[in-house]
Write a protein that binds this ligand. Sequence first.
Ligand code: UD1
Length: 415
Amino acid sequence: MLGLCRRTEKLEGAVQISGSKNAALPILSACLLTDEKCVIRNVPDLEDVRVMFALLRKMGKTIKFEKNIAQVSGRLRSGVLPEKLVRKLRASVLVMGPVLSRLGEGSFALPGGCALGERPIDIHLGGLKAMGASYSILRGRMIFMRQALRGAHIKFSFPSVGATENLLMASSCAGGVTVIENASVEPEIGDLCLFLRAMGVGITRKGSSYTVKGRACLGGADFTVMPDRIEAGTFLLAAASVGGRVRVDSARPAHLGALLTKLRATGVKISKKGNSLTVNSPKIIKPVNIVTGHYPAFPTDLQPLWAVYMLRASGRSSIKDKIFPARFMYVDELKRLGASMVLKNAVLMINKSRLSGTNIYACDLRAAAAMIIAGLMAEGETRVYELRHLFRGYENFFIKLRKLGANVSMEKVKK
Ligand code: UD1
């Protein structure tokens, strides 16, 4: 599929934010920690979620999914993570923690490369080893020999979101107490902790340290996934970039602090009422630099969208990504639209640019959304190819954008 975008003068109306992809994935994976039924609500209907379902089914689970409610039941029977699914979903490494916690053994395909740059899993593996796990690598797989995990004191060299989630789940059914220091504190991890607590795990957090009291047997739970802060940020930035007035509903404004501060600094007016944010974009906006970092700093996932927004600012701005320093694969595609951008020493410099439509190719999920918004700002027609990246992580993106008045549609790519 490709996205066909035409210049749009303004976006207007209200948009409803879906459940968080990055919270739903670890929470679904945590269902492997029990054989009892779990009901997970507000699960976004996305490609990544469907791959996670396929993975859980391979491991013995039965899943019913209707109206954004996933009912997960059945016994964990297998600890084998197939390569095909790992290639489709990097977050599939999140099943390692629960599987080893329950079974003590497993065989997991190694994750390969990724469009965001090198993505090792050494921090996940270091934590699992500290808990007693031992593995050998054979034909592209990590084979974990049968060994019950036990509580440990773990200090991460760097706060990794996935490793924090994996180790929280690994310690949930392990014997004893586990302390994880220098861990990540993203809101999606907070949601996972709430779910684990609802299953019966004792978890506390103090700053960036978690203490987990494992329990051999966990119960099922009924849980509602938090709203997607990255989707909310995407629509706030879409409105700011294209222009107009948009209300973003079912957001959690408290999760968007860094973005809101930066948006206001550019001159955008944002008002807050309960869980809704209304953004009003002025004619002229100021350039503002960003540096991405761990929560609560500016999120790396919104960095490509900020880059597109800054193309209409009245001067030069810059972006430095401290989480994924090589996350600039989208720059050459935006240059094809006329974007004046220079990447030097891993810092992206962005100048005010007049965009004109052409064919461009999405390279990852957030870059796909950024390119569609750039297509709405460009003169004429922009075709964004490789939309499969977008479907991985945005629910009804085109329907939501069209409801706001965006001149955008999907087409089949002619062979
Ligand atoms: C998660 C999010 C992703 C987001 C990222 C950073 C999900 C499904 N994905 O990804 O959308 O962009 O957090 O907020 O929630 N690292 C290592 N060794 C490790 C693990 C990570 O060196 O063992 C490095 C990575 O290469 C990267 C950085 O740490 O440079 C951050 O990665 P991490 O926080 O683990 O991100 P993910 O959990 O993969």
